[in-house]
Design a protein around this ligand. Structure first.
Ligand code: UGA
Length: 437
């Protein structure tokens, strides 16, 4: 199929490359010239495992191009909207400026029978409004909502082989046509029996935000248990294992630690609360405010643990902060708990040296006042305390015996519960995990 993808950020760039990889003829469109130049040369503007490979192979196949010129959407029959919906400044609600302007800019180039497909995460009710906008601006064009569930770090796999597909379509003939077109787009995944839910716009929009709300709640639940475990002398990691054996609960997303961050979970739960309030049902998701509060407390808890471990004062103490990205295998520092911890410790007067395998450049742009190093050894050398806040493989695999020689005092705060506590203690470290005795 001929496909355009409007918005080439984490979502759109991966989607465009993956669609080309699946054999479609794709044009990726974005207003950011620098990003488009990078993508056009086969390079990814952010770190995502597997993306450079499919960008290069798709470009070499001649099926993928990138442009800043919206008129090049003309001729495609399916147009994905993959622009960002960040949190509004000073408010919890989602900012729909980019979605609205992308659709408005696309409308002049739509022809009869074209399908506009929303992928961005939007407040429920947005698709219905956009459907009116599309059909009045481009009579004969249709709209569907097809939320995306990809995880950063696994984005290529999640896009090519999603665990489910959701189509929100209108209930009339156009909806049936839209479904057929989306079936063609996702023919490969459907042939592999990927579950498909065909529904209305509102349900499709809500599926996306409720999935993220559930995941955030699961993480905050286990972090709440960590808070209790901390005062009761229990071990939250064993608790998670034990409750996770119950298939109804499941062990995934029950890792207690410094909490969730990134460009999705934090802003999505806030936007959901804001939208529920607009709909007069704020109380239905009031618990999400608690989920957010528990999550934010964990960042402070890590800072407090560093302070306690250093005798109550971090001022002029060298603290090695291992991790800046919001999770491993990503260079994304949007709302990153790790970066927050580094900034807070710096603000308390600690001599912070931060290391991350991929996220230094992005962190530097936001917080040039921090000191960064490319090497774990340099970060650890003469450190009074070490704190792990992103569980990169190279941190998980540190040898406690070998690295002990580098530090001034062997104190480690495991903000992700990703280390073998026994091995670190046996090597002579003072080890402290989250919600662990
Ligand atoms: C999340 C969802 O998992 C995706 O399904 C969704 O498509 C995406 O948001 C989106 O809306 O675009 P992502 O932001 O890539 O994906 O990150 P997650 O893997 O969900 O992790 C989010 C945060 O939770 C990270 O900071 C991670 O460290 C933290 N986390 C995760 C925990 O603290 N504990 C856990 O057990 C799991």
């Amino acid at each position: 199929m001929k496909i355009s993808v409007v918005g080439c950020g984490y979502l759109g760039a991966v989607h465009a490359a993956a669609m080309a990889e699946l054999g479609h003829d794709v044009v990726g469109i974005d207003v950011d010239t620098a990003k488009i130049e990078l993508l056009a040369s086969g390079r990814a503007p952010f770190f995502e495992p597997g993306l450079p490979e499919i960008l290069t192979s798709a470009r070499d196949s001649g099926r993928l191009r990138f442009t800043t010129d919206m008129s090049e959407a003309r001729g495609s029959s399916v147009h994905f909207i993959a622009v960002g919906t960040p949190q509004k400044k000073g408010e919890y609600a989602a900012d729909l400026t980019y979605v609205n302007s992308a659709v408005d800019a696309l409308i002049p180039f739509l022809t009869d029978g074209d399908l506009v497909v929303g992928k961005s995460t939007v407040p429920v009710g947005t698709a219905a409004d956009l459907a009116v906008r599309v059909s009045s601006g481009a009579p004969g064009a249709m709209l569907a909502w097809n939320p995306e569930f990809l995880r950063e770090g696994f984005a290529v796999k999640d896009t090519i082989s999603p665990d489910r597909l959701v189509y929100g379509v209108s209930s009339d003939h156009d909806g049936a046509v839209a479904k057929e077109m989306l079936d063609e787009v996702y023919a490969k995944a459907l042939s592999e029996n990927t579950p498909l839910v065909v529904t209305d716009y509102a349900t499709a929009e809500l599926v996306k935000v409720s999935a993220n709300a559930f995941l955030a709640t699961k993480i905050s639940f286990i972090n709440a248990m960590a808070e209790i475990a901390e005062v009761a002398g229990a071990d939250v990691t064993q608790l998670a294992d034990a409750i996770g054996y119950d298939a109804r609960i499941g062990r995934r997303f029950l890792n207690a630690g410094v909490g969730f961050g990134g460009g999705c979970l934090p802003k999505d739960i806030r936007a959901f609360s804001a939208r529920a309030e607009e709909l007069g049902r704020g109380e239905s998701v009031a618990f999400l405010k608690e989920v957010d509060a528990i999550n934010l407390r964990r960042r402070q808890r890590v800072v407090d643990m560093v302070r306690e471990s250093l005798g109550g004062e971090v001022y002029q103490k060298k603290v090695a902060v291992l991790g800046l990205a919001f999770k491993p295998d990503s260079d994304d520092v949007r709302d990153s708990p790790a970066l927050d911890v580094a900034v807070n410790l710096h603000g308390l007067g600690a001599d912070v040296v931060a290391m991350d395998p991929q996220a230094i450049e992005n962190s530097k742009r936001l917080h040039p006042q921090l000191l960064f190093t490319e090497s774990v050894e340099a970060a650890l050398r003469h450190a009074d305390a070490v704190v792990i806040v992103t569980e990169w493989k190279e941190f998980r695999e540190l040898d406690p015996v070998a690295v002990k020689a580098l530090v001034k005092s062997p104190v480690i705060i495991d903000g992700r519960n990703c280390l073998d506590a026994i091995a670190w203690r046996e090597a002579g470290w003072t080890y402290r995990g989250m919600g662990r005795p």
